[in-house]
Ligand binder design. Structure first.
Ligand code: SF4
Ligand code: SF4
Length: 308
C-alpha cells in the first residue's frame, strides 16, 4: 500500500507525521521523502546513507548544420522552450518539460537530447526502514521529474509512505498520484482551513480516498472539524499541542523515540488507513483477507518502463 502524507499548507507537521508513522511500523516499510525542494525527513530518521545518484532530464540540442530553420519545433512546444528567432534556434532549457515533442516534429532530425541536472537522489536505511529522498538542485524550478524519480524506487512488496511537498500544485500531484490513500495533515486555523479546502479539492480530482490528521488540535477554532463533518472527511487522528513534541522536533528527534507511547497511536492510525484505503487488499502486516491493490498496480505498470 502507498500512503501519501500531504498538506495544503507548509508547517503543519506533515514530515513529523510521515516519519513517526514509518518508525511505528514493526514490519518492513519504505519512506520516500518527495519534498525535494526542502527534504528534511532524514533529520528525524537518521538513516545510514548508502549511495547518491545524479538525476538529469532530457532537453533538446540543435545541430545547426542540419537545421533549415523551418520553425516546426517552436510551433509544437507548449512552453516556449525552443524558438526560431532570425537565423538561430534558441533553446531555453529551464522552461523545457522534456516531452520530446520538438525532436519528434523536426523533419531534419536536427534535434538530439542532452541531460540537464535536476538534482540528486540518496538512499539509505534504518533497521527495517528503507529510505529514499531527492534533493533538487539550487535554482532548479522543475521538481516533478525528480519527485517521479524518487517514486520510481517504490518497492511493490512493502508499505510505502510518501512525504509530499506542501501546496496543491504539480509537485504535490506528482507525490499523490497513484497512492492508495492520502492523509492530509492540517491545523485548526483559518490559514489551515483555507489550504485544506484546496488540498481536498486536488485529492478529489485524483479520486483517492483521504482522511485528516489535525495537528495542534487543542489550539485555534473548530472550523476544520465542522468542515470535515460537513464533507464526510474522517478525522483519523488528533495531536494536541505539547511542548515536549516541539522540543523533540527542534532537536531532530522522532516523537516515537522520545515518547514511545505515541508508537501505538501511530500504528492505530495506520490500521484505520488500511481499512479505508484497501478494503479488498491483503494487509502488508498480517497478509490476511482481501485482494486488490488496483492503484498501486497501475502506478507500477505506468512507471516501470518510463524514461525520465
Ligand atoms: S522537449 Fe517538449 S518542452 Fe522541451 S523544448 Fe521540446 S517540445 Fe518544448
Ligand atoms: S524543427 Fe528542426 S529543422 Fe526545423 S527549426 Fe526546429 S530544429 Fe530546425
Amino acid at each position: 500500500m502507498i500512503i501519501s502524507i500531504a498538506s495544503g499548507k507548509g508547517g503543519t507537521g506533515k514530515t513529523m507525521v510521515a516519519t513517526n508513522l514509518a518508525l511505528s511500523m514493526d514490519s518492513d516499510v519504505q519512506l520516500l521523502d518527495c519534498d525535494v525542494e526542502e527534504p528534511n525527513a532524514h533529520l528525524f530518521i537518521h538513516p545510514a546513507l548508502e549511495g547518491t545518484e545524479i538525476i538529469t532530464t532530457p532537453v533538446p540540442q540543435v545541430d545547426e548544420d542540419k537545421c533549415t530553420l523551418c520553425g516546426k519545433c517552436g510551433e509544437i512546444c507548449q512552453f516556449k522552450a525552443i524558438l526560431v528567432i532570425g537565423e538561430t534556434v534558441l533553446t531555453f532549457h529551464e522552461l523545457c518539460h522534456s516531452c520530446g515533442g520538438c525532436m519528434a516534429a523536426c523533419p531534419e532530425e536536427a534535434i538530439t537530447e542532452i541531460g540537464r541536472d535536476l538534482g540528486i537522489i540518496e538512499r539509505g536505511h534504518r533497521n527495517g526502514l528503507d529510505f529514499v529522498h531527492g534533493r533538487l538542485r539550487v535554482g532548479e524550478a522543475m521538481s516533478p521529474p525528480l519527485i517521479r524519480k524518487v517514486r520510481s524506487h517504490t518497492r511493490p512488496d512493502t508499505l510505502t509512505i510518501i512525504d509530499a511537498p506542501p501546496g496543491t500544485s504539480c509537485p504535490v500531484i506528482a507525490a499523490m498520484q497513484g497512492a492508495d490513500f492520502v492523509l492530509l495533515v492540517t491545523e485548526p486555523t483559518p490559514f489551515g482551513l483555507y489550504d485544506l479546502k484546496l488540498a481536498v479539492g486536488a485529492v478529489k480530482i485524483l479520486g483517492i480516498p483521504c482522511g485528516l490528521l489535525i495537528n495542534r488540535s487543542d489550539m485555534g477554532d473548530d472550523k476544520v472539524k465542522e468542515y470535515a463533518h460537513e464533507n464526510d472527511l474522517p478525522i483519523l487522528m488528533e495531536i494536541p499541542f505539547d511542548r515536549r513534541i516541539a522540543e523533540a522536533y527542534s532537536r531532530g528527534k522522532a516523537l516515537v523515540d522520545v515518547m514511545p507511547e505515541w508508537k501505538e497511536k501511530f500504528f492505530e492510525l495506520y490500521s484505520r488507513i488500511e481499512e479505508m484505503a484497501m478494503p479488498t487488499t491483503p494487509s502488508p502486516l498480517t497478509g490476511e483477507g482481501r485482494g486488490g491493490g488496483g492503484n498501486r498496480k497501475i502506478w507500477h505498470e505506468r512507471t516501470r518502463d518510463h524514461k525520465w
